[in-house]
Structures are given as structure tokens and as C-alpha cells.
Design a binder for this molecule. Structure first.
Ligand code: FAD
Length: 400
């Protein structure tokens, strides 16, 4: 195929029409680059169109704090610049518990969050019931942070694509990127199902499919997949303002701008690449049962829709963002571990700045894709420890 005629040329090719691909393309085009986005299916076809839009500040890992803080500003700006709303709102996050002994852990988290300048509270009794009036009387306490937001990821991705198109980005939808070509040192082209595109720069933002393109180029991409399932209720009167999560069992839901609830239950289940992504009846049952236990008044709510989507997981829970050092012009943005929508504005801004040779607004070194080439070093933390993990899950108490 090396002698096949070029379909096109571009300064930069982006593989993946999710939020990461579309928004990075937008930044590059606005900086004057000719950019082509290759999407094998449709814009927001994958995680970016199937997520629950929780712009979570609560329990963010230390390395992601600057990204989420910057993203809160950029989401607000994006909402204001959008042709019509992407439903970005500041809602807060509320982690609740049936277990009284977790109240002390919530207090540790409140102190830890306040120490880094966040607004955080333990809420109980009346204060808790003001936030979620119909919450079960068995819920004893909540951990509230108030700066978290909520966005409609599908709308946001299409809006980023719309703005990118206006800025001159060309989109090849329904087109598969098959291989990335290089001459031993630098990128030369992307071979697609529609032909070859000559280019000196490529961003692989293909979520769980990224390994197929990157591994042949010598970029270790240890991504595994997990399937998460979502149920959607009919439009309901007010149920909750904050994104509501329970520490155990891990039922969670948000109420969207239109009034529907997006329900889910962790943990997501491991799944092999290419395995069918079904919504499992047993999971539907479990989600319904735990939702009604948490908010008994929802027993009559109708489920109107369901879907499943993939998390692309890395061994250390951090995304792979940045250059693949050994091939000039090869860039990576993948492995967002099921919480990439929240930080997408800052990730794509800083990534585009790095591609353009500018200093990034937020440093991305902790996410270097090349880190899996080296043995893993576990970092010690001197922060106080609670039994609540960084995603709000209960974790084993530390060994004394
Ligand atoms: C059910 C669910 C709930 C979630 N909830 C949240 C949440 O509440 N908050 C949050 O922050 N995050 C959440 N996430 C995670 C978030 O959606 C993702 O981290 C984010 O959308 C990742 O964007 P992306 O652009 O990297 O990937 P994707 O949106 O998956 O885009 C990758 C694109 O690449 C395309 N592609 C793949 N291979 C090729 C190829 N060879 N050629 C051309 N195109 C290709 C795919 O078709 C796809 O469209 C959730 C995810 C899921 C699945």
C-alpha cells in the first residue's frame, strides 16, 4: 500500500472522533494547522456519547487536580461559546453511606478537600434531606463537595466537532484508520479504509482501540476494557441536585437537565476486546433494586432506555497523554479510565499546546505514554487516609 495514491494530505491527522479527538483538532485548527479527523463510526459513537457527564472534583487523584481545576473554567467558557447548551451546570457531588462508621472517613475527606481549597462538608439529617428529599432514612451521612459539575457529553462532543469544522477541520466519518506509517524516525502517513493520508503528525485518540495502532509502532499500550451499563428513567420531578453516589453498594445517579435519571452500578465488568457489549438483564435488576433502596420513592419510575459503554483502563489508573518519544510526530491521548469527560477541556488544551511546541497550561508529564516502558514505582503519599478510594468506592483499611 505504500505506493497507493494519497487520498489527502494534512498537517495533522487525529484518529478518533470522541471528545479528545474533536477538541484537540479544534485547538490545532484554530492555531492554523490543516487537520483531518478519522472516525471509524460516528462522532461521539463511543464513550463520549455514552457517559454520565459527571465533572467530578470530589476524590480526584492528586495528579489530576490541576486538570480538573482548569477544566471547571473551560467547561463554563465552552457552555457560553456553544451554539446551544451542552447542559454544563455546577451541581456538586454527594457520596452517601448506609454505614455509620463511614462518617469519620467522610470527615477525613472533608478536611483533606478543604486543605486544597475545595468546599466540602459532612451532611446529615435535615441538611442531607434538603439535598435529596426522598433519600432512604437508612442513609446516615453524606460527603458533599459543591464545585463539581455536570455536562451532556454527547452534546459537548458534537459541539466541539461543530466548532472544529467551522475552524476548517475535515472529518472522515465511517473511515477506519488501519495503520500509521513512519520512516524509522518520523510519521509519514496514516493508511485508512478510504485511502492514505500523508502527514507529519498523528494523534491516536481511539480509546480502547488505540493499542491496535500503537503497539505495532513500539508504544506499550497496556489498556484493558470494562463494560459499564446505564439505565435511563423517564423525566421526573426533582430528585437530586448533586450527582449522588453510594459508597457501598456502588449505586450512583445524576438527574440531567431534562429531568431524567442516569443510573449505574459499579464495578464495571471486565470484557475482552471485540466481545459483544450487551446490557445484562441481571445488571438491570440490580441497578433497579439498589436505586429503589436508596430512594424508595423511585419505585414507580419507568426505565425508558439503557445502554452500555466501555471504560479504557490503564494499570495505574492514569491516562496516557503526550508524545511517543521515539517517533517524531506521534501523539497519544487514551486510557481515560472511565472519567475522561470531566477533564477533557484541560487535557485537549494542554495537549494541543504541547503539539504546537508551546508550554502547556497544565503539565502532562505524569501521564507520559512512555511510562509503561519502565518498571512501575509506587508513589508514597503523606495525605491522611480514609477508607474511601479516589472514585468514591470503599477500599480496604490500611494495614496498621
Ligand atoms: C458508561 C460510561 C459512563 C461514563 N461516565 C463518565 C462520567 O460521568 N464522567 C467522566 O468524566 N467520564 C465518564 N466516562 C468516561 C468518558 O466518557 C471517556 O473517558 C471519554 O469520553 C473518552 O473520550 P475519548 O475521546 O478518549 O474516547 P471515545 O469517546 O471512546 O472516542 C474514541 C473514538 O475512536 C474511534 N476509533 C477507534 N478506533 C478507530 C480507528 N482505528 N479508526 C478510526 N476511529 C477509531 C471510536 O469509534 C471512537 O468514536 C464514562 C464512560 C462510559 C462508557
Amino acid at each position: 500500500m505504500a505506493n497507493a495514491p494519497n487520498l489527502d494530505t494534512a498537517d495533522f491527522v487525529v484518529v478518533g472522533g470522541g471528545i479528545m479527538g474533536c477538541w484537540t483538532a479544534l485547538h490545532l485548527a484554530r492555531a492554523g494547522k490543516t487537520v483531518c479527523v478519522i472516525e471509524k463510526a460516528e462522532i461521539a459513537h463511543n464513550g463520549s456519547g455514552r457517559n454520565r457527564g459527571n465533572v467530578r472534583v470530589q476524590l480526584r487523584e492528586t495528579v489530576e487536580r490541576d486538570l480538573i481545576n482548569r477544566s471547571l473554567v473551560l467547561w463554563q467558557n465552552f457552555e457560553e461559546s456553544a451554539r446551544s447548551t451542552v447542559e454544563y451546570r455546577v451541581t456538586g457531588n454527594l457520596l452517601v453511606s448506609y454505614d455509620e462508621t463511614l462518617t469519620a472517613d467522610f470527615q477525613i475527606e472533608v478536611d483533606r478537600h478543604r486543605a486544597i481549597g475545595l468546599d466540602a462538608h459532612v451532611v446529615q439529617g435535615e441538611a442531607l434531606r434538603e439535598l435529596v428529599p426522598q433519600i432512604s432514612p437508612d442513609i446516615v451521612a453524606g460527603f458533599l463537595t459543591t464545585q463539581d459539575g455536570h455536562v451532556n457529553g454527547q452534546l459537548a462532543t458534537w459541539e466541539a466537532a461543530r466548532q472544529a469544522k467551522l475552524a476548517g477541520v475535515r472529518f472522515l466519518r465511517g473511515t477506519v484508520a488501519q495503520t500509521i506509517e513512519y520512516d524509522g524516525e518520523k510519521i509519514t502517513a496514516v493508511q485508512t479504509s478510504a485511502g492514505r493520508i500523508a502527514t507529519k503528525g498523528v494523534l491516536v485518540a481511539a480509546a480502547g482501540d488505540s493499542a491496535r495502532l500503537l503497539e505495532p509502532l513500539g508504544v506499550k499500550t497496556p489498556i484493558s476494557l470494562a463494560l459499564h451499563q446505564i439505565l435511563v428513567t423517564e423525566k421526573l420531578p426533582f430528585v437530586t441536585g448533586p450527582y449522588l453516589r453510594c459508597a457501598s453498594p456502588r449505586i450512583s445517579f445524576c438527574q440531567t437537565a431534562s429531568g431524567t435519571l442516569l443510573l449505574g452500578l459499579g464495578p464495571a465488568s471486565d470484557i475482552a476486546p471485540d466481545a459483544p457489549q450487551r446490557v445484562e438483564p441481571s445488571k438491570i435488576e440490580a441497578i433497579s433494586t439498589e436505586t429503589i433502596r436508596l430512594v424508595p420513592a423511585l419505585k414507580d419510575a419507568h426505565i425508558v432506555r439503557s445502554w452500555s459503554g466501555l471504560f479504557d483502563l490503564t494499570p495505574d489508573g492514569r491516562a496516557m497523554i503526550g508524545p511517543a518519544d521515539h517517533i517524531a510526530g506521534l501523539w497519544v491521548a487514551t486510557g481515560f479510565n472511565g472519567h475522561g469527560m470531566a477533564i477533557a477541556p484541560a487535557v485537549t488544551e494542554s495537549l494541543a499546546q504541547s503539539i504546537l511546541g508551546q508550554a502547556p497550561s497544565v503539565g502532562l508529564d505524569a501521564f507520559a505514554p512512555t511510562r509503561f516502558d519502565k518498571p512501575r514505582v509506587l508513589e508514597a503519599s503523606d495525605e491522611p487516609v480514609s477508607r474511601i478510594g479516589h472514585l468514591g468506592n470503599l477500599v480496604a483499611p490500611p494495614i496498621q
